[in-house]
Design a binder for this molecule. Structure first.
Ligand code: ZN
Ligand code: ZN
Length: 128
């Protein structure tokens, strides 16, 4: 579940929208140098996502329980930890055009001056 909030840069005064969090179908990454966002869909992750689900020991809701059981029983995929999963996503997202690296935990930045000193207001939009 992600939200979009209105943010204001404390350094240059620019206002802009900041997205937080990924959805049910994708991860949201952020460039660690300019703050540009990039989404990576679970379907783009392929086996990586499958291996991560296999590593999870939590029982999920009934809707996906059957699928998760199938994944856990399929012997061909190797389990990975959350850290390995995150590193894999970041490797897949690659580099930003500015030369920075897309990261899952880089802070939002002002698109104008790249400051991280932002004041965030109310959520303006919720998205999956
Ligand atoms: Zn700024
Ligand atoms: Zn960048």
């Amino acid at each position: 579940m992600g939200i979009r909030v209105q943010a204001r840069c404390l350094d240059c005064g620019m206002t802009f929208a900041v997205d937080h969090g990924g959805g049910f179908l994708f991860h949201l990454l952020r460039c660690d140098s300019c703050g540009k966002t990039k989404s990576v869909g679970f379907d783009e992750l392929g086996e990586l996502h499958l291996r991560y689900l296999k590593g999870l020991q939590v029982l999920s809701s009934s809707a996906s329980a059957a699928r998760d059981r199938y994944i856990q029983e399929s012997a061909s995929v190797e389990r990975i930890s959350e850290n390995e999963y995150h590193r894999g996503i970041e490797a897949l997202a690659g580099k930003c055009r500015c030369g920075g690296k897309y990261s899952l935990d880089a802070p939002p930045r002002c698109p104008e001056c790249h400051s991280t000193r932002l004041e965030e207001g109310e959520a303006t939009l919720c998205y999956d």
